[in-house]
Design a protein around this ligand. Structure first.
Ligand code: PLP
Length: 560
């Protein structure tokens, strides 16, 4: 047993006495001061001892000041520390056995040497017990600490930005988020992303950097690379793209010349801006041939895609979408690409988490390149990723650095490593499956209220509701739902006659609410509320009634 001891001037004498007492019992004592009765500040010693306990460098700590109060208050600010101020042996027994306390705080002017000896005896003989009952309460303490943590330095430096964060947190917790591209990253991911790694410049790749001092960040990046490759069974991973658009740009620039032809999903049918929008770099630099869905089935028209490939002989075929609710047939796309000697890139930004969780086929075996964001169903930090076959590894790495980017964001790369680790855990498969079940339950509820679902349902995390039969625009519906605390986005439906700023549809996705723990029963309720509102988007009474129920439901499912 290793115990760290600390005291201020008010606790110095008792500390010296306790030190001999412990040493006589063969306890390994680390004396962290103070050294005499000269006046000192108690937080200095409380921090030294609490830090050792928090980091696991000692088993327990003992802190003494005049009353023990300042010591216990300070020590309890450290993660994993449970400091208990004890004045009787009975309190010491309970502190160990019920609260799993790991620091004993004593008051030098409150307890005599004899009482201190009895307290110590009781403390050393007691162990944490009844792990079920008391363990549950310890977990609750941890949970409560996590939900309360407030950015203290930010409050002092910039109260206005602190207020933005506080309000955004409240908005997130009080509303129901059905934006298909959003999620709630775990606390571990946010800790990595908000960490000291933001300070480091590391142009280059692990082991080959321009700057010195990269040993630690090299390790973070290598972990992210290895985990990404493992998660998606990829030959090569580049984890440096700052976002999904940068990942797509890296693939295009590594393989194409300006003016080359790309066959990609039409934006009106679900494709992304970077798949050829005229205002985007993709549409401005390359010749884009769009493919789409069949009018009746509203599923990708693979025969037409093959015909277009034959006719236009693209250099690259891009698959993947921002608003397509069905499984994508990657082997079929590979066949089509091979028939015209085109490269195949799959942008799995939306479905990466479903792929990691085994709920959607993995595009990697059929593709030359796979790009992704890491913040949608994959639930990581806001960022991007490129995976590719070995033979393209050099092209991709050179294109990302120095071709497109300078210093990588090492804090975000570390957060991506955590994200890939989380996605490999068994619970993530359950999460991915629940996302899909939730989307299907939502689609079913809306259909049963006679709201038309594009393609008749969904195989993934999102669905598109066609509101044109109700003579309601997507814009109007999304605004009305927003007033009720249900966040969705307006979205074009295939063959939409309205502009992208108005639209005939809304897109609904379940990754975020599934992260909060919601399941089919909640989706049914939310589906009913959505149906009530989109049918009468101007009826304030309905909106107010739903707003109240939505807030109450959100309160039952806290953010991670
Ligand atoms: N690809 C697809 C399919 C997307 O849906 C998105 C974002 O919504 C992106 C790429 C671009 O991601 P980012 O916003 O990180 O640039």
């Amino acid at each position: 047993m290793k115990i760290a001891l600390g005291a201020d001037h008010g606790g110095y004498r008792l500390k010296e006495y306790i030190k001999s007492f412990l040493q006589e019992r063969n306890v390994d004592v680390v004396d962290l001061g103070c050294a005499d009765t000269t006046a000192v500040d108690y937080p200095t010693y409380a921090c030294k001892v609490a830090d050792q306990v928090s980091e696991g460098r000692v088993d327990q700590g003992i802190l003494i000041c005049t009353t023990g109060i300042g010591m216990s208050i300070t020590a309890n600010r450290f993660a994993r520390v449970r400091a208990a101020l004890c004045t009787t042996p009975e309190m010491a027994v309970k502190a160990r056995s019920h609260n799993d306390a790991n620091i004993l705080a004593l008051g030098g002017s409150v307890v005599s040497r004899e009482t201190a000896t009895d307290i110590l005896d009781a403390w050393l003989k007691s162990d944490f017990n009844n792990v079920d009952r008391h363990g549950r309460r310890i977990r609750q303490i941890k949970q409560c600490a996590l939900s309360q943590v407030d950015p203290i330095a930010l409050y002092d430096t910039d109260p206005e930005i602190h207020a933005v964060l506080r309000l955004e947190k409240r908005r997130e917790s009080e509303s129901l988020n059905l934006i298909a591209s959003e999620n709630y990253a775990s606390r571990a991911i946010r800790e990595a992303q908000g960490s000291v790694l933001t300070d480091k410049y590391a142009e280059g790749y692990p082991g080959k950097r321009w700057y010195n001092g990269c040993t630690n960040v090299d390790r973070a990046e290598q972990l992210a690379i290895d985990r990404a490759r493992d998660l998606f069974a990829a030959d090569h991973a580049n984890v440096q793209p700052h976002c999904g658009s940068a990942a797509n740009m890296a693939v295009y620039f590594s393989q194409l010349k300006p003016g080359d032809t790309i066959l990609a999903m039409s934006l009106d049918h679900g494709g992304h801006l970077t798949h050829g929008h005229p205002a985007n770099f993709s549409g401005r630099l390359f010749k884009i041939v769009p493919y789409g869905v069949q009018r009746e089935s509203e599923r990708i028209d693979y025969d037409d895609l093959a015909r277009l490939a034959e006719e236009h002989r693209p250099r690259l075929i891009v698959a993947g979408a921002s608003a397509y609710p069905r499984i994508i047939d990657f082997p079929r796309l590979r066949e089509i690409a091979d028939a015209v000697q085109a490269l195949l890139m799959v942008d799995m930004a939306h479905i990466a988490g479903l792929i990691a969780g085994g709920c959607h086929p993995n595009p990697m075996p059929d593709s030359d390149f796979v790009t992704s964001t890491t913040h949608k169903t994959l639930r990581g930090p806001r960022s991007g990723l490129v995976l590719c076959r070995d033979k393209y590894a050099g092209d991709i790495d050179r294109q990302i650095f120095p071709g497109l980017q300078g210093g990588p964001m090492m804090h975000v790369i570390a957060a991506k490593a955590v994200c890939f680790l989380e996605a490999k855990q068994i619970g993530f498969q359950d999460y991915a499956q629940q996302i899909v079940r939730n989307a299907q339950a939502l689609a079913f509820t809306l259909s049963s209220r006679n709201i038309r679902i594009v393609s008749g349902g969904t195989d993934n995390h999102l669905l598109l509701a066609d509101l044109s039969p109700l003579r309601v625009t997507g814009k109007k519906a999304a605004e009305a739902l927003d007033r009720a605390g249900i966040t969705v986005n307006k979205n074009m439906i295939p063959f939409d006659t309205r502009s992208p700023m108005v639209t005939s549809g809304i897109r609904l996705g379940t990754p975020a609410l599934t992260t909060r723990g919601m399941k089919e029963p909640e989706m049914e309720k939310i589906g009913e509320w959505i149906a009530d509102i989109v049918r009468q988007p101007d009826r304030d009474k309905t909106i107010d009634a739903v707003a109240e129920k939505a807030r109450a439901l959100a309160a039952e499912f806290p953010l991670p």
